[in-house]
Design a protein around this ligand. Structure first.
Ligand code: ZN
Length: 629
């Protein structure tokens, strides 16, 4: 069990600390009131900005669009005065000394407050709309509140390194009597889990600690002597003992991967903040916590033996975000050291930071003993199937996919499988390729683990002191070769900058693992991803070069008849099962509101489903790679 007093601190804030206050003033209207207060503002006019993106999610999200009102005045924060809605106007007119200071918009996410010499203390007060259930923004209703600082906290320019004090207020009303606070921000004269004041060393730290408000269940454990907790908000029933046991094994294994001798985590405590919902999936990494969102049906239940697919996926999510506490939160690309949150921060290295994290997330489940070898191979095969589907992998390298994450991976449209490759999935296979190559060349004496430890020692362990990020691929290759004594340049450059398929078949064979490619459905292939509906079959994606493409069909077309017979729901699968490759099919479809007819010649079933199998009893190299505790 974790001690509740571990992170208690009673330091005195410096006088120049930036003060923030968050009040959930209107849970039903999803509105937080937020103030920021500073002493001695810039007499030329104090500039403030809100981030346009949140680290870990590479898309400009324009958090400023959720600011509903903003005002500024001299002095400390006042009692709540603003109207919550039009039906309850603000009760008082401003008095003479209550005058707002003028605010000028500088750009979409920056404001300058006219201060003059007379203003010793400046407060900016905003109301922010919070109705995004994802882990990336902010959410508030009568069941719970959640936010990332990047959605609520203005940054006063020139004070990026100042300490921050954050006061969290409980919403008014009996409904919120039992609400508590979950965050890994250090407390200031505040009891564990209570509303009150919290601290951060600087703005960067402040916005790297998401905050959960509400009634939630806390599951505590120690990993290598460091207290961890899993905070579960939402409606669910679950075997939380099983969850605690499995997640603690994973955390333990990851700490030992990076620090095999010291077995020490780089944080004082760690928190998994889980929003449990009916349908949803996501996670965002932070330095000593993570925000997760997942389905209640993925939680373990009493009597569950082997993990269900859903639970295995959930453990993979825990593992993935936890791994990031080392790899991307401390070992960072140079482009993120420091983050520039006003615009896109380009790096070609997401294949390393997201891809290798994706490789290790499942591998650590096996290594920590929470899943079996065959389950691991099933998960790996799924990643291989995802990469092989579509021809985007033959057109875009993972380095380009990383660089263009902002405009391509994060803005996928119907043409994505034909145009892009995922730096997550193919990046994971690059990790696999390097791991197997190092193990094979060193007779199992070295592995990708040695590369991860070298990255950690060079860039991560001392990050707070040096603030030095990994510059580029060449620096990575040099480091990996030094750490392992294996020549990796040619393979890495081909895998990262090239678009040909990786030599996985040959590599896996050396580890006693064979690959089979099977068709995922019966019957010939049309080469589409579709959705059966009551009014027809909607084509969501059309694979480049496949039957539907050659026949003139497009994503967005609604198929309504095949060979003159009405088509809906699962009808397309039924039709295809009764045909042969090479057969011609007449398809009627609506494109927008125009009826069109297409003649399509069906393809061979596409063998895109990967199956991995250990040959016989396997071999020694394979046993080293697929070892479990
Ligand atoms: Zn990730």
């Amino acid at each position: 069990m974790a001690s509740n007093t571990t992170s208690s601190m009673h330091a005195t804030p410096t006088p120049s600390a930036t003060l923030y206050r968050v009040t959930p003033i209107d849970p039903d209207g999803h509105v937080f009131q937020v103030t920021v207060t500073i002493d001695a503002p810039d007499p030329q006019g104090q500039l403030f900005s809100l981030p346009t993106w949140i680290p870990g999610s590479y898309l400009i999200r324009e958090f400023a669009k959720n600011i509903v009102t903003m005002r500024a005045y001299a002095g400390p924060p006042r009692a709540l005065t603003d109207a919550i809605d039009a039906a309850t106007p603000a009760p008082q007119a401003p008095s003479a000394d209550d005058e707002d200071l003028p605010i000028t918009k500088v750009d979409k996410a920056s404001w300058r407050v006219a201060t003059g010499d007379g203003v010793a203390t400046l407060t900016v007060q905003m109301q922010v709309y919070a109705w995004d259930l994802s882990v990336r923004t902010a959410y508030l209703d009568r069941t719970r509140g959640f936010f990332n600082g990047s959605s609520l906290f203005l940054q006063p320019h020139g004070r990026e390194q100042a300490a921050c004090m954050l006061t969290l207020e409980r919403p008014a009303g009996a409904l919120y009597r039992n609400w508590r606070v979950a965050t890994t921000l250090p407390r200031y004269k505040t009891r564990p889990g209570a509303f009150g004041t919290y601290m951060a060393a600087n703005y960067d730290a402040l916005i790297d600690h998401p905050i959960e408000l509400g009634e939630f269940l806390t599951v505590e454990f120690d990993a290598c002597g460091t207290p961890h907790d899993i905070v579960l908000a939402g409606r669910f029933d679950a075997d939380t003992d099983r969850l605690r046991a499995d997640v603690s094994k994973i955390c333990d294994a990851i700490i030992r991967l990076f620090e095999p001798e010291a077995a020490r985590a780089p944080f004082d405590r760690y928190q998994f903040q889980c929003a449990v919902v009916g349908d949803g999936y996501g996670g965002l990494e932070h330095r000593d916590s993570t925000a997760l969102l997942f389905s209640r049906n993925d939680l373990p239940f009493k009597g569950m033996q082997a993990p269900t697919d859903g639970y295995r996926g959930l453990l993979g999510l825990f593992s993935h975000e936890y791994f990031h506490a080392w790899h991307v939160k401390r070992i960072k690309p140079a482009a993120f050291s420091p983050y520039d949150l006003s615009r896109e921060s380009y790096t070609s290295l997401l294949w390393l930071f997201e891809g290798f994290t994706s490789y290790y997330d499942d591998l650590m489940l096996l290594r920590s003993g929470v899943i079996e070898r065959d389950d691991y191979l099933k998960a790996l095969a799924k990643t291989m199937s995802q990469v092989m589907r579509g021809t985007g992998r033959l057109k875009q390298s993972v380095a380009d996919s990383s660089f263009d994450a902002w405009t391509k991976y994060y803005r996928q449209d119907e043409n994505a499988p034909n145009a892009i490759v995922s730096y997550y999935t193919k990046g994971a296979l690059v990790g696999l390729c390097l791991d197997l190559s190092i193990r094979a060349a060193s007779q199992g004496k070295k592995s990708l683990d040695d590369v991860m430890r070298a990255l950690w020692q060079t860039y991560g362990a001392d990050f707070e002191r040096h603030q030095r990020g990994l510059p580029d691929e060449q620096a990575f290759i040099a480091l990996a070769e030094r750490a392992t004594g294996v020549k990796l340049r040619k393979l890495t450059e081909l895998a990262v900058f090239g678009t040909s398929d990786l030599p996985l078949q040959t590599l896996l064979a050396r580890f006693g693992v064979s690959i089979d490619w099977e068709a995922s459905s019966k019957g010939p292939s049309l080469g589409v991803k579709s959705l059966g509906r009551a009014d027809g079959v909607l084509l969501q994606q059309v694979l480049s070069g496949a039957a539907a493409h050659r026949g003139g069909l497009s994503a967005g077309d609604l198929l309504i008849a095949a060979d003159g017979i009405r088509l809906h729901n699962n009808g397309l699968d039924t039709v295809l099962q009764r045909r042969q490759p090479g057969d011609w099919l007449s398809l009627h479809a609506f494109r927008r509101d125009e009826l069109m007819e297409f003649r399509v010649q069906l393809d061979e079933p596409s063998r895109e489903q990967c199956k991995l199998r250990v040959e016989g009893k396997g071999n020694k190299l394979g046993a080293g790679w697929l070892r479990s505790v």
